[in-house]
Write a protein that binds this ligand. Sequence first.
Ligand code: ZN
Length: 462
Amino acid sequence: MADGDPEIVEHSFRLCQQLLRIDTTNPPGNEREAAELVAEELSSAGLEPVMLEGAPRRTNVVTRLRGTGEKPPLVLAAHLDVVEAEPSAWEHPPFCGEVHDGCLWGRGAIDMKNMAAMSVAIITRLAREGIKPKRDLIFAAVADEEAGCRLGSLWLSENHPDLIRGEFAIGEGGGFNIQVAGRTFFTVEVAEKGLCWMRARATGEPGHGSMPREDSAVVQLSESIARLGKEGLPRHASAPVKDFIGALASHLPAPLRPIIKLLASPTMGPAVLSLLPDPSIKRAFRALLGNTASPTVLRAGNKTNVIPGFAEAEIDGRILPGQTKEDLIRELQAVLGPRIELEVLHSLPPVVMEPKESSLYSTIHEVMAERAPGAPVVPFILQGFTDATAFTRLGARWYGFAPVRLPPTMRFRRHVSRTQRADPRRRSRLGHADTLGRGASLYRRLMVPVSTMQVGLAELYL
Ligand SMILES: [Zn+2]
């Protein structure tokens, strides 16, 4: 890989570092300071960013580089909030923004303050050079993605749709490299699972702790949750999963292909998965074989000697493309049993680009073939959710492509881990400095006209 444009690299790196030093842990988010920094950078290049808040201090920033209007706008999207980081689990403080061992450390370095910084570096450079692209280039730095997008992209899509409407939107969900059977692949997200966050509630007779009840709310809920942990939910075939795994298989040696393809099979997939040595890869593939439901919060009682009248669990449900919220609830109810009441707290439907092919999709492939020869780009389905729902609702085709190249020993999912326990040394070592630069360079090549950068793209996006 060639090095990126040094000015873009430097700008991206410096801004990412500054953003990492601003704690935007969600909740509470508090994105305003980060948004102000982004807005300042945009303004200094002559752009006119607007700051919009769905709630106090939950700031979104949107700006637009005007094009000739020959083509509809392209949106770059990045969220400014991050998930929590338990400092004691980090080798270097999670909001230090320091460089150690060639890596820029910090919560959000690859999810996704890197993308925010790269986008700012690119759009300000284009603005400073006075480039008038064929499309408007919109940049949206949004709040609240990690808690379900309600005060960020969803709020913008409902309250200021014209500001963020485009033909294409590029955000997170892909763009990182994965290793499968010894081969490196780059992902471009073309589908993602939906979510359905729920509260499960058991009720029972309250009483005194000295006289146990086998049907107490706590016992009922515990039994149901234990069953869920053991049995999980039914498996289903899904077209984007088949597509992703088929693409991986097509680039692997012929004898491996039929085995890899079985990973997409709801009946045979689990058997093949059991052969894999790495539990995190197993979990990642298993989550693509059906709807999932993880119990995450438990709540019941507040006195040791009182049997409470109710017990609650919050459950993080994820919906496979091809399935609905209702399907998931029905499956979950069947496992938990009829005595558990389910209440939906928040839901987003699955997102699927149909068809996934487009001129932008081809360009991503072409650019990557040049930038990372020998590492095929595969259409990826994300187990999690992103801001895709909001942008696709407004008609955009969303591609998850926030480019980052990780050393083969680092896994993207592990480094954006939302849990606090697994391997803290490795988890917190985020966002290789060099990687960041390459990502910025790739973006620029995706978007900048040939005449300016002398790069041979098959199609110009700006
Ligand atoms: Zn993210």
